[in-house]
Ligand binder design. Structure first.
Ligand SMILES: Nc1ncnc2c1ncn2[C@@H]1O[C@H](COP(=O)(O)OP(=O)(O)OP(=O)(O)O)[C@@H](O)[C@H]1O
Ligand SMILES: [Mg+2]
Length: 321
């Protein structure tokens, strides 16, 4: 049996300041297998970025902290590691493309210097060998004139090019896991399609698993093997992409799918889910979606449903299905 590459169990990441506890990630489970592309979807504020930052050991200090759970990566619990152990994994075995593009590019260093620095930190090679590898990687991610580009600075690039450079930088050590937080949001559709294509090539050529965070279900349909739907710090549904699009089980997943703009139907008004995500410092006791769900029963408000396997391989957190 194939072993998971990453296995997150009951992860809880809170922000604690005085009496206020923000439950950003509130007990999530997540498994990623080798060469799998897993998309995490959900509305703004439901804990997607905090889940990825928890895996990377980069939860914002001093208030943010992982308070419970385990994160297994290739048989090691990342949460039990020291900062120096983690830093040998970061950028090497696991790397990340951040939601804010400029956070991972240093404006005062050339692209060549930044990328070779990552390689030299993790590999015992010469500067010249590192530079050659950087140029090869830039060519792989579709950057034209890679030999000249290495001497340039991030602000000299267009959005699409910057995104490619960031993917190249994240991939330079050929990580086993690439975490990409909304990598295509700021791009026009043509460039977006090219970036998604590139991620698939990464998986095929380097056997990289990808954890992709997005709120765009079009992106999910294009790229995902497996989908995890998050709502208010929890997983509400987890399924293969085929199952999720064919038969979404959780009312929140159904509502998300209903809100995709459609060209082939005569839908005059675009559906939007009524209400808003509950305040993450005051979650209700029962189902967190109950307030916005069209099927809510009194039992939904009284008791929090468990995430359970409703159909083979398809898990949902709803007692009404
Ligand atoms: N530094 C912080 N201090 C306090 N609360 C925070 C902080 N960063 C995030 N949060 C809270 O944690 C929750 C989860 O945030 P997170 O950034 O993971 O959401 P997200 O799903 O990535 O949203 P988006 O789609 O907008 O990027 C939110 O309620 C947010 O307000
Ligand atoms: Mg985010």
């Amino acid at each position: 049996m194939v072993q998971p590459l990453l296995s997150v169990e009951n992860l809880k990441t809170f922000f604690i300041k005085g009496d206020v506890e923000v439950h950003a990630v509130d007990g999530i489970d997540l498994t990623i297998y080798p060469k799998q592309i897993v998309c995490i979807v959900g509305e703004s504020g439901c804990g997607k970025s905090m889940t990825s930052l928890s895996i990377m050991g980069l939860v914002p200090k001093p208030h943010g902290r992982v308070v419970d759970g385990q994160i297994w990566f290739g048989g090691q619990n990342l949460l039990g590691m020291t900062e120096s152990q983690l830093s040998t994994i970061r950028g090497n075995d696991i790397s990340m493309i951040f939601q804010e593009p400029m956070t991972s590019l240093n404006p005062v260093l050339t692209i060549g210097d930044q990328m070779t620095e990552v390689l030299l930190r993790h590999r015992n090679i010469s500067k010249l060998q590192a530079l050659q590898k950087v140029i090869e990687m830039l060519e792989f991610v579709g950057v034209a004139r890679a030999k000249d580009i290495v001497k340039e600075y991030p602000h000299q690039f267009s959005g699409g090019m910057r995104q490619r450079v960031m993917i190249g930088m994240a991939m330079i050590c050929e990580p086993k896991l690439l975490i990409a937080d909304e990598p295509t949001t700021a791009l026009d559709v043509t460039i977006q399609a090219q970036v998604l294509d590139l991620m698939k090539r990464m998986r095929d050529e380097f056997e990289t698993s990808v954890m992709m965070i997005t709120h765009d279900l079009g992106v999910v349909a294009e790229i995902a093997d497996q989908v995890v739907v998050m709502y208010a710090g929890q997983v509400v549904e987890s399924a293969s992409a085929d199952h999720l699009f064919e038969d979404p089980l959780h009312p929140y997943s159904q509502a998300l799918l209903k809100s995709i703009p459609s060209l082939d139907e005569e839908k005059e008004i675009l559906y939007s889910i009524p209400g808003t995500v509950p305040d993450s410092s005051k979650y209700p006791t029962g189902c967190r979606f109950a307030e916005r769900c069209e099927w809510t029963q009194p039992s939904c408000i009284e008791k929090m449903p468990e995430l359970r396997e409703v159909k083979p391989g398809q898990f949902a957190r709803c007692d009404l299905i």
